[in-house]
Design a protein around this ligand. Structure first.
Ligand code: SF4
Length: 186
């Protein structure tokens, strides 16, 4: 029988800023919520072509997206908070993508993976959406055709930075409402 090997390299997340004394630690609510959210993002992979294959490699044991607390993929928008769009989005697919986004509860974030999702990529043609930000707001863009798994993980970490620092009031702010209105989302 193989000996059981334990992973001794488990890293704990860093404590948020705050003040500490004997027997107590105080910080702000924003920071605690941000810490929890950023380390438990549930991605919804919306993969239509080759970038989706890179994502599969990112999910695999070598790159292992689970290290970032994001191994729990969801295929229903209602359970996810990170929409990862990977691949060429044809204009016909646009309304479907938008519907998926609308079905996600706030707070939600969007990662555009690869040149096609970000800008249409090489498909500068009448049938392809020239970037998903024409129909939904995007938080982080990952360059590349396709981006390597390291690039996708880097994009995920950039989203984590945003999530961790986001104010709890942002989603109720006038500026955010204005952004949604610009996309015709009320
Ligand atoms: S960016 Fe390149 S690799 Fe990714 S979906 Fe488009 S053509 Fe494929």
């Amino acid at each position: 029988m193989r000996p059981v090997r334990f992973n001794t390299k488990v890293k704990m997340v860093e404590m948020p800023e705050g003040s500490m004394g004997e027997g107590y630690f105080t910080t702000s609510f924003d920071k605690v919520i941000g810490l929890a959210r950023k380390n438990s993002l549930w991605p919804l992979p919306f993969a239509t072509s080759c970038c989706g294959i890179e994502f599969m490699a990112t999910m695999g044991s070598h790159y292992d997206i689970a290290r970032f607390g994001s191994e729990r993929l969801g295929f229903t928008p209602r359970q996810c908070d990170l929409l990862m769009v990977m691949g060429t989005i044809a204009k016909k697919m646009g309304p479907v993508l938008r519907e998926v986004y609308l079905q996600m509860a706030e707070p939600r974030w969007v990662l555009a993976v690869g040149a096609c999702a970000s800008s249409g990529g090489i498909f500068d043609t009448y049938s392809v959406l020239q970037g998903i930000d024409q129909i939904i707001p995007v938080d982080v863009y990952v360059p590349g055709c396709p981006p390597r798994p390291e690039g996708i993980l880097d994009g995920l970490m950039r989203v984590q930075d945003l999530v961790g620092k986001e104010s709890l009031r942002r989603r109720n702010s006038e500026r955010y409402q204005q952004l949604m209105n610009e996309y015709g989302i009320l």
